[in-house]
Design a protein around this ligand. Structure first.
Ligand code: ZN
Length: 252
């Protein structure tokens, strides 16, 4: 049996609402979004801006918006690939209980998943919110102000600090997202990891929640993970290639 056939069989075996997808940067590289943590990635070229510094220092906010003009241009133009589309199909077929992602690119939504099906552990790059009153704005609208010379744009409603709704270094992950992710992993009969090396918290521990509850683990990732030895299937193929194949197998 090929990896695609085995993965398809595992999905069917897990049944209705039986599978949780855990996705990381590796699922989006084939949509042209670089893995920001990889060598040459943006975080190795720029020192990350700490959340506390962002709050305190207007110079840091100006720097952050300047960088964002570059990084967001890549994200806003990206399209979902075969892996995102396959996952959206499985959702429509009722096979998934949800998708938990480390990605901020919104490509699961663009592939057709409803917002309530996706837990974004690291937030979302498409919106900006006011840290004082909570008002939300489209990223491009705020960037237009930056491009027009407003280098540290403030909230038009209350004058508060604006920030992209991604989670920064030094900023805690949203507790509700973590709780939802844990619940989805605990109730899944199969956890399918797609494109994550499972190195950062809570990625490193979530798949074990499924295992501890008696479920199975499948890992599709191009490099080794510390949980490979506990998985019933480990595949090194690019996510878009393999999941595209699984979609063809299950459509037969
Ligand atoms: Zn405000």
């Amino acid at each position: 049996m090929s990896s695609a056939e085995r993965l398809a069989a595992l999905l069917v075996e897990a049944g209705q609402d039986g599978t949780v997808i855990f996705s990381g940067a590796g699922i989006s590289t084939e949509s042209g979004i670089p893995d920001f943590r990889s060598p040459g990635g943006i975080w190795t070229r720029y020192a990350p801006i700490d959340y506390a510094d962002y709050l305190r220092d207007p110079a840091m906010r100006r720097e952050s918006w300047r960088r964002g003009l570059n990084t967001y241009a890549t994200i806003v133009d990206a399209s979902p690939n075969a892996a995102h589309l396959a996952i959206a199909d499985w959702w429509r077929q009722g096979l998934l209980n949800g998708v938990v992602t480390q990605n901020i690119d919104g490509l699961h939504h663009k592939a057709g998943l409803p917002a309530e099906a996706v837990v974004e552990l690291h937030g979302n790059a498409h919106s900006v919110s006011c840290l004082t009153c909570g008002a939300c704005f489209d990223r491009l609208t705020v960037q237009a102000r930056v491009l027009a010379g407003d280098e540290d744009p403030v909230c038009p409603n209350c004058g508060g600090v604006l920030k992209s709704t991604t989670i920064s270094f030094g900023q805690g992950l949203p507790p509700r997202a973590i709780a939802e992710a844990q619940q989805l992993h605990a109730s899944a009969r199969l956890c399918m990891v797609i494109g994550s090396s499972l190195v950062v918290y809570p990625a490193a521990t979530l798949p074990e929640v499924t295992l501890d509850a008696g479920g199975q683990l499948a890992i599709v990732n191009q490099t080794e993970t510390h949980l490979d030895h506990l998985a019933v299937l480990v595949a090194r193929e690019p996510a878009a290639v393999l999941l595209g194949e699984v979609a063809r197998v299950t459509a037969r």
